[in-house]
Structures are given as C-alpha cells and as structure tokens.
Design a protein around this ligand. Structure first.
Ligand code: FES
Ligand SMILES: [Fe+2]
Length: 330
C-alpha cells in the first residue's frame, strides 16, 4: 500500500465526466467501483462486482425512481441496487439489508474526491475550488489508464528536463531555463521558462495550434502532493489552469487525466478552447508513451540540473504520510 500512498485524497472525477444515469467503472487501490450520477446530480458509488454472481455493474444500466434518485441494474439477472447497496429480490417487496458497501465520496462542487475507503492522512487541497470559482471550466481530456506504478508517473510530471525530449515534437521547446522552486512540504511551486523554436506562417496555417505557442513559454507549476499538478499558463488571449490528476488504480496501474480551466482575456479564447484541450491530450499521450518505454528499476547513475521536482517527489514518497521539513527551496 505504501507504493500507492494510502490515506491520500484522490480526485476520482469531475462531475462532467459522468453522464446522467449512465454507470461508469473506476478503479482505486486495486478495487473496481461503479459510479453513477442521477438527474439531481447526486453521485453514487458501489463496488463493481454484483453480489449475486459477480457481473460488472458498470456494464449494466440505471433506472430512475419516482423521487428522481436512480439505481444501478445488473446486466446479468437485472437485480437493482440503490445507493446504499440494497436490492429487492424477485418475489419479495422488501428491501434487503446492504449487499454492497458504498465507497465513501467527498463531493466539493463538481469535484468527486475519495480516500478509497482508507483512513484519511492528508487534507483535500482547496485550490481546485478556488480555480473553479475564478475560471471557466473548459473540459476534461486524456483520461488514460497507464501500466505504471504511481511513482514513475509522478516523477515524470515533476521532471523539468523532459520537455525537450518527450514533448519536443509538440512544443518545439529548445531549452528549459529553470527559475526557482518553492518547497512547502506537500505543496510546491516551480517556475521556469522555455524558449520555443520559431515557426513559419505557412506552418502555423497548417497547424493553427502553433499560434498559441509564445516565443517563450512561461511556466508555473503548482504541485499538491500526490494527486494534483497545475500548470498555470498565460497567453495573450487568456489564462489557463491545466490541472493534471493522478489516481492509483492498483500497484501497477495509474490513471491520469486533465481538467482544463480558462480565464479569457479576449473573445477568441473560446475559439481556441478545443485546441487547448487537444494540446493537453497530446502532452499526456507523449508522457504515456515514454512511461511505457522506461526500465523503471534502472539505478540512476547520472543526475541532471534541475531535478529538484523529482527530489521533492521522492522525499514526499519516503516520508509519507509525514510532512518532511521543507529543504528544496531554491
Ligand atoms: S450477477 Fe448480478 S443479478 Fe446475477
Ligand atoms: Fe510530460
């Protein structure tokens, strides 16, 4: 469990990721759950294995009741389970006692958090509520389950040197000029600039996203260990808060996805919102690709400059759930 940081809060989903009355499977800490949202916006979560003969409830459907609540119906023999995990057996007209134990969720606005049934050891970061209040929600993208442990996934996200390798084809980043790093224990901030290679107008017309890329990308990464990294970006037409989320699905599988928020300064920002989302999607695809091509137990014999973000991740992993004395600010 140590490799999955038991006791951390994980953002399972944004409410927009669930369609009304459509069951969806989520995995956490090696267990599968079915989540569904009723017409009132209430989110329900039960273990995904039907207590009759184990069919996946997420493959079933929902049925709406008179009070607008809904139940999930098993695709095998059509038993219905309510939010408490109770069912009504055929030939009976009485509800059973709970047959499934609901997964505890903490709902904050549109954010669906969970400790995966573990005892909480860390607080839910408040920053997403602030961003949701200040920015417009653009959408979610790149919901991906990657065959990797949590640690390599987080290391990749806090590796300020991989832009010129992993992401070079997208951003045409020529170098990373590291600014400073602020270590506040489980929260940290990294500031760096990335000059990009020039593109011709012809190239830009072919790939309009290139218009979005500044000569120099100014990055501020706001990190909330372990579940959240926010890329704050500023362009001439508006600000974005690109939120990367992580969920340990099992010891060897980690899910990641992006929630994108924007604060338009210019009306064309709206036109570009699809491109902004697509950008993030490509970023995650490139990260996923490299994660699948790493011999992760290779001893690290070379250390580059500016690996402070990764040092921060490793330290927090080792001391979890204790918050170590901050010692990486520079
Ligand atoms: S397996 Fe679900 S009702 Fe039989
Ligand atoms: Fe990356």
């Amino acid at each position: 469990m140590k490799s999955m940081l038991a006791g951390a809060p994980w953002l399972l989903a944004h409410k927009s990721m669930l369609e009304i009355n459509k069951p969806k499977k989520f995995s956490m800490y090696g267990s599968d759950y079915v989540l569904w949202k009723d017409t009132t916006g209430k989110i329900n979560a039960l273990p995904n294995a039907c207590p009759h003969m184990g069919a996946m409830l997420s493959e079933g459907w929902c049925e709406q009741k008179n009070d607008n609540s809904s139940v999930v119906v098993c695709p095998f023999h059509a038993l219905e389970f309510d939010s408490e995990g109770c069912t009504i057996l055929p030939g009976s007209n009485k509800k059973t006692i709970p047959q499934l134990q609901p997964l505890e969720l903490i709902i904050q606005g549109d954010f669906i958090w969970s400790y995966g049934g573990q005892e909480p050891k860390a607080k839910i970061p408040e920053i997403l509520n602030k961003i949701a209040a200040e920015y417009d929600f653009i959408g979610y993208t790149a919901d991906t389950s990657v065959e990797t442990d949590l640690l390599p996934m987080l290391l990749n996200m806090h590796d300020y040197n991989h832009q010129n390798g992993t992401h070079r084809p997208l951003f045409r980043i020529t170098e990373v000029n590291f600014g400073n790093f602020i270590d506040n224990g489980h929260e940290s901030h990294a500031f760096y600039d990335m000059p990009t290679a020039p593109t011709t107008v012809a190239e830009k017309i072919k790939k309009p996203e290139l218009f979005l890329i500044a000569k120099e990308i100014k990055a501020h990464l706001e990190n909330h260990f372990p579940s959240l990294v926010i890329f704050h970006g500023e362009t001439a037409i508006g600000k974005v808060a690109q939120c990367h989320l992580f969920v340990p699905e099992s010891e060897t599988r980690t899910r990641t996805y992006v929630l994108m928020f924007g604060k338009p300064k210019h009306p064309v920002f709206k036109i570009f919102s699809k491109s902004i989302l697509n950008f993030a999607k490509v970023v995650v695809e490139q990260d996923t690709e490299i994660l699948l091509k790493i011999y992760s137990n290779t001893p690290q014999k070379i250390k580059l400059n500016n690996e402070v973000g990764m040092d921060w991740v490793r330290r927090n992993f080792e001391t979890w759930p204790e918050i170590a004395e901050p010692n990486f600010s520079k």
